[in-house]
Every structure is written in structure tokens, then in C-alpha cells.
Design a protein around this ligand. Sequence first.
Ligand SMILES: [Zn+2]
Length: 404
Amino acid sequence: MSAPSSSVAELLAAARADADRTVDLRRRLHRTPEIGLQLPRTQATVLEALGDLPIELTTGTSTTSVVGVLRGARPGPTYLLRGDMDALPVREDTGLTFASEVPGAMHACGHDTHMAMLVGAARLLAERRDALAGQVVFMVQPGEEGFHGARYMLEEGLLDVVPEAPVSGAFALHISTMWRTGTINVRPGPVMAAADHFRITLRGRGGHASTPHLTADPVPVAAEIILALQAMVTRRVDVFDPAVVTVGHVAAGSANNIIPETAFLEGTIRTLSAHRRADTVAAVERVATHVAAAHDLTAEFTRVEGYPVTVNDAAVAAQVGATAATLLGGQASATMPVPLMGAEDFSYVLERVPGAMAFLGACPPDLEPESAPGNHSNLVVFDEDALPAGVALYAQMALQALAG
Ligand SMILES: [Zn+2]
């Protein structure tokens, strides 16, 4: 076996040599985005791209997921690499030559790059089966953008796809323009937030705007609840275990001289621990129902459960950082000082097995990470020069886990 540093250099060189194929696949996927859990065209493209490799492929029953298993030369544990498949309901305005050809849909979160990098890593790993003691599982999931695609795959037995060796470690990369191109950014512990959606319907008694005492007006009560929620966050939530509560949608009334019967509020709750999550959801309900009751109204509270907190295993996160530094140079590997308050359904996988999610910087060189259009923007452009770094990191994480 060659020294680790030279084999790592060789891996990156191989990823770079294969960059044209990675970019070609990425662009084909970018042109034909699909949204949600049923992505037949995307699935067909992924299956075709993996089809030439010595990988056992299965497809989901409830969704268009793809699971690939690459068996190494010797037995050993099973390591999972995740890429997501779905696009967003955004009209693309980038003007790229390979821009979306589907009206109202765009790979604005870069999941096209994730699939392309995962396929690139599969090619590198297939060529290096002799170095693998164990199995690599390629998890290609639809429905990351709020559809719980990972949960469906787990329910279908994703972690037991190799029955004699259940998945015991997992890694995912997410591309972002928030960082300089080709950098790897990771942190131990919480890396992305839990996101829960809530709805509050206030019900009072409508009437004439000139005689509020004959009504139960939901409009000032809605305003009071919005402010009471912010007071709740600052007075009830430990700043070192934070919560964000945002009311993003308020609707009530129809005319200047009518007191409406109902008012509607909805918003999001972002938290970084299971404890804070449960506590804050309960507190939002308590504030809404009790403020309403104080004014002789009722509040109907509904929580739409979102993704749990994405928690990186500390040892794996450290390993990602060290591997990125070896692979790409110390400058290219950074510890994120704080988590992102977005949410990610790879959290479901990390609840079950130790692993990590890292971020691959892909800010175009002519833009600044602070001001470049970000993920989910109609204008976001990911620098494709970052892709070989991601391909090599995916592959190296598996090679290390299955080194024997
Ligand atoms: Zn995403």
C-alpha cells in the first residue's frame, strides 16, 4: 500500500481527471429538474449513470429513491454516502447555457451537483474495490426539500440493505455558495436546525367595526400573540440552547369597517436540540391559547412536524476536517463557528448511525460568499470547479471507513 498522502493525492487527481464526466452529468440533471418524492426522469438518469459499475442497484417502492451497494474485495462494515435528487419550485433566472428547461422548477439547492459527485465517487471507489474491506451504500434520495425522503428510505430498510452488515457510518456533502470554492466546512454537534411549522387559527366573534365591545376581535389578539411569542423566546429560552420563532404569514379581515370572526397566523420554529425543540413547540401553543383565552377567543394550534436537528458525530466531524486538509490543503478545511438554521433530512440518518454532513464551498470566483446568490435563489450559480474536491472527499471518507 502506498503512503496515505500519495494515495490521497492520486485520488484527487483521479477526480480531477474525471471532472468532464461529473460536469456533464450535473448539467444534464440541471436541465431537467423534478420536485418532490416522485422523480422518474432523475431516477432514470442516476440509474443509467451507475449502470456500468459493479454496483447492485435497487429502487424505492414508495418513492423514486435509488440505493446502490458496492462490495469491496474483503468483508467488513457498511458505510453510507448520501446524495439528494430533488429540485425546488423556483423559476431559474441564471441565464446559464444549461439552465432548467422545466418551467417553474430549478436545481436551486445544488442537489444536481450532489448526484453528480456521488456518481463520480462511485466510479473512483469501483476502481478501488481491492482497497475496500466492506460495502459502500450509495443513498440517492428524493424529497429532501420538506418531503421527508430520507425517512421513507429508512422505513424501506435502507440501513439493512446489506443484511449481514448494517450501515454503521454515514457521510453527506452539501454544496453552498456561502464559502469559497473548493473548501470543506464542518462542525461537531448540531450543524443544522430542527424546523417545525405551526399554524394558529384564532376564532372570536365578528361584527361592526364601530362596536368592538359587541364582538371578540381576533386582530389585536393576533398582534398580541406575535409579540408575546417574541417575549417568550427572549425570556424563556436559554441563549446557549437557542430558538428562533418567526411568524411569517398573517391573515385576517376583509374591509375597514368589519371585525372578522377569525385570524390566521403561521410560522416556523428553529431549534438546535431535541429538548429545546419540544419545549418551544409547547411554549408557542401555550402562548397562543392562553393569550386568546384572556380575550375570550379560542386558538386552534397545529404543528406540522419538520426535520429533526442534524447532529454531527464529533469524531467523524474531526475526521472530515482532517481528511479535507490532507486532500485539499489546510486552507481548504474549516470548522464552522456556528450551525446553519436551515434544516436537512439527512438528520434522520444521523439519528440512527454516527456520521457527519459537511458543506462544500462553491462560490463563483468572481463573486463574494457574503453577497453571492445563495442556495434556493433563482440566481444561484455553483462553481463547478469545486466538484472534484467533493468527489474525492466522498470517496476518501468511504476508503478510510473501509480500510480494513
Ligand atoms: Zn439542499
